[in-house]
Structure formats: C-alpha cells, structure tokens
Write a protein that binds this ligand. Structure first.
Ligand code: ZN
Length: 268
C-alpha cells in the first residue's frame, strides 16, 4: 500500500510526522480513525506569521482524517499537541449526547429494556463508545527525520478509584455503580459538576444517600413519637431538627428524648 504521506508532496517549510510503527500507518494522529488528509501545524497560511515573530511552531505535516481536519478549520495553533486538544474538545462537544448515553448506561440496564428502546439506545451507545475513544485518543509514537518521539502512552488513561485502577472511565463507572450501589447515570452526570473527579462524585452521592436515609429515619421516629404523645408531627420534626442543628453529635433518639424531657412531659 502507498503510504499516505507520499500522496501529499511535502511543503519544504514542513517536516512529515510519520508513524513509527506499521500498526499506525494511515492513522489519524488526532483521533485514531483512518487518515486520508494532511493537517499542517501551523496552517500553511499562518506559517509566515509564526516564523516572522519567532514563535514556537512544530512545522509538521500530520496525518489526519477528514472530520478532524474539518474540526480544525480556523484553528491557527502551531503545536500538534494544541491542535489535538482542540480536536478532542470539539469531538466531545459534537458527540456529547452519545458519549453521555455510553457513560450512563450499563449493559445490564440495557438488557432490561424492551426491544425498540434497546435498539435505539444500543445505537447511541456504540456511537458514544466510538466518540469517547476518539476524543481520548493519545496519538502514536512517531518519527520526524529519523528521530522517534514516544507518545505518552497508547493505552487509554487509567482511572483510579480509591486505589483501584481501571482501563478507562466507563469501566470505573460500571465498577463504582456496582460496588457502591449508586446509579451509573447519576455517577456520570456528577462528573460534570465535580471536574471529572469520580471519587468526589462517589463521596457526594454517598453523603446524599446518607442524608436521605437520615431524613427517612427522622420522619419515621418523629411520626411515632408524635402519635404516642399526641403532638403535631410537624412540631416534633422541627423541634428535633433544631436540637440536632445546635448539637451535631445528637442522634434522632437523643433529640427526641431531650424534647420529651424539656417540653412534652410538662403537657401531661
Ligand atoms: Zn481524526
């Protein structure tokens, strides 16, 4: 097969970024799809501006796919890493819905759906998986004029959750959902609010769960207390909450006991 690079005559101002191993020939350096085009870092019509101002520029021709090249339209950045970040941000934004479906749905949940819904979510899930992979593509080791540059790593970035390592975010989400009994959808949603810190999301959701179960417990005990002592339930709930706000160590039982000692027994 003809190397993609040879299809594009080299602009003498640029050097060619070549895949160091055969496995990555004809691969888009930005997203890992098949490369049919060439991207220039910086763009050819901005080469002069960088050269004249002595600003750092890679001056590389980069194998790229058609979509990445389109996403880079108007991007004047001169470093390959910067251009890759632009592509990844734009890919994530473009396929956000599908990526959300991919991150939020687990295979188990999918199996429970009826056929037509399963079918449409399945399609979104596949597109989401592909988009997620492309927008996290780390590039490949490359060669410029005989010097090999090892790109950070080829494997997707590992996600560590409380000391356990996972190959990628999806695996970490599935694990966290099963281990902590939290909905995968809520976990994925929480990532946007917690700067993609999965541990922070887990802790936050656990606190929410504890809060909700405390509220239920409080409601149940206050209801029983109100009935027993012929008081309004709302009065008991509010009084207990006030006691507990003033003394954070107090349990619901202790707060009710206090309420009984200080107020209720005098009504009798
Ligand atoms: Zn691409």
């Amino acid at each position: 097969m003809l190397a993609i690079e040879s299809l594009f005559p080299l602009d003498p101002r640029y050097r060619q970024l070549r895949a160091a191993s055969e496995a990555h020939f004809h691969t888009c350096f930005y997203c890992g799809c098949i490369a049919t085009e060439t991207d220039f870092a910086p763009p050819q019509d901005h080469w002069g501006a960088y050269a004249n101002h002595g600003q750092s520029a890679d001056n590389l021709q980069v194998p790229s796919c058609k979509e990445c090249l389109t996403l880079l339209k108007g991007c004047t950045m001169a470093l390959v890493q910067q251009r890759r970040e632009v592509v990844h941000t734009k890919l994530t934004r473009k396929y956000q819905k599908a990526i959300n479906v991919y991150l939020r749905w687990s295979e188990d949940e999918l199996a429970e759906l009826d056929f037509s819904l399963k079918h449409s979510i399945d399609a979104g899930l596949q597109l989401g998986q592909e988009s997620h992979r492309r927008s996290n593509y780390p590039g490949f080791p490359y060669d410029v004029d005989g010097t090999v540059y090892p790109v950070e790593q080829i494997k997707p970035q590992a996600v560590v959750v409380f000391g356990e390592r996972f190959e990628g975010l999806k695996a970490a989400l599935v694990h966290a959902s099963k281990t902590y009994g939290l909905s995968q959808g809520k976990l994925a949603q929480g990532l946007e609010l917690h700067n993609n810190n999965l541990e922070a999301v887990i802790l936050h959701l656990q606190r929410e769960q504890q809060q909700a179960s405390l509220e239920r417990e409080l409601g149940r005990l206050c209801g029983a207390f109100a009935k027993e002592h012929n008081q309004s339930r709302r009065y008991v709930v509010n009084a207990v909450k006030r006691y507990m706000e003033r003394d954070q160590e107090l349990s619901v039982h202790q707060a009710l006991e206090k309420l009984y000692q200080e107020r209720v027994q005098h009504f009798k």
